[in-house]
Design a protein around this ligand. Structure first.
Ligand code: PBG
Length: 324
């Protein structure tokens, strides 16, 4: 009888041993919690396709942030749902808009919390596109000025970081210039660099009522079969001044996360998007998978692929386990 010399199983014999040789770890302070802020008072309305996630008015948002903070979440990203939408998304640049107001209130109460804002006009436009529409097309360069202005109003309200998610060409550059000119040279930009035209954003669009009324986002978001192109997008954003680059969605694009992480020396974020969250929640509700295990396994897979930072709707739930 000959014995195998190499037995990888030896190191799997107990949880203590498994922990000792574990290669990847999740930490609550590397999670960013996405939150939806809307107008009004006393609002906390659940998003039906994202159970456990809500649209909050600024007052109720403070409570949520306090609880998240207690669980060890140190960073949130805000999405705004304004009272009125129009053709050019003008509410996006209102210094007293939903996001700007929420940022002021959060920073006032929780100065140590890192407040990031999503910079994109799709939640503010009546047509739901991420850019200015001209003759039925999305006009790249006209959108840039709006984005630069929007980002500045967020930072002037106290945002610690801005995250452009529109996928217009040149947006990181104009935002950087506009911030620098206003003396905001210390405010980092986290760019949604490799953002794919994905069906997994479905539940988010329900939450933000931001589905495009005509056409789709394929002329600005990336084509899912492309991989090399993600390196080009990331390289451009870094050249233009991005401090953190993002891959989005996360789990269907682990190869992209890995590739971007291997090729560049900036922190890489990955966004586990609304549809990824909804799938796990739906399967859990049906009794088809163990929801908590699926949550932790999906998060660790994103980390293992190379993400330094994860944006996830599970932030609160995961933090409870990680710190519990
Ligand atoms: C655009 C934006 C979207 C998401 C984040 N920023 C929607 C889109 O591109 O249609 C989606 C996030 C998610 O699905 O969780 N402002």
């Amino acid at each position: 009888m000959s014995f195998p010399i190499q037995r990888p199983r030896r190191l799997r014999n107990s949880e203590v041993l498994r922990k000792m040789v574990r290669e990847t770890h999740l930490e609550a302070d590397r999670l960013i919690y996405p939150l939806f802020v809307t107008f009004g008072k006393g609002v906390k309305s659940e998003i039906s396709s994202m159970p456990g996630n809500y649209r909050f008015s600024a007052d109720r948002l403070l409570q949520e942030i306090q609880e998240a903070n207690t669980l060890g979440i140190s960073s949130v990203i805000l999405f705004g749902i304004p009272e009125k939408k129009d053709e050019s998304g003008s509410e996006a640049c209102n210094p007293d808009g939903v996001v700007q107001t929420a940022v002021r209130r959060i920073k006032d109460k929780f100065p140590e919390m890192i407040v990031i804002t999503d910079v994109c006009i799709d939640e503010y436009t009546s047509h739901g596109h991420c850019g200015v529409v001209k003759n039925g097309k999305i006009d790249n360069d006209e959108t840039l000025a709006l984005l630069a202005k929007m980002a500045l109003t967020h930072v002037e309200a106290g945002a610690d970081m801005v995250a452009p998610s529109d996928m217009m060409d040149g947006r990181v550059g104009v935002i950087r210039k506009s911030l620098d000119r206003a003396g905001k040279t210390d405010i980092p930009i986290m760019a949604y660099s490799a953002k794919y035209a994905s069906c997994f954003y479905g539940p988010f669009r329900e939450a933000a009522q931001s589905s495009p009324l005509f056409g789709d986002r394929k002329t600005y978001q990336m084509d899912p079969p492309n991989s090399r192109e993600s390196l080009r997008e990331v390289a451009l954003d870094i050249e233009e001044g991005a401090d953190i680059v993002m891959v989005k969605p996360a789990m269907p694009y682990l190869d992209i996360i890995y590739r971007v992480k291997s090729a560049f020396n900036v922190p890489v974020a990955a966004y586990q998007v609304s549809g990824e969250y909804a799938m796990i929640k739906a399967a859990e509700k049906n009794g088809w998978i163990d929801g908590k295990s699926a949550m932790m396994e999906s998060l660790i897979s994103i980390k293992r692929a190379g993400a330094d930072i994860i944006l996830t709707y599970f932030a609160r739930e995961a933090a409870r386990i990680l710190n519990g």
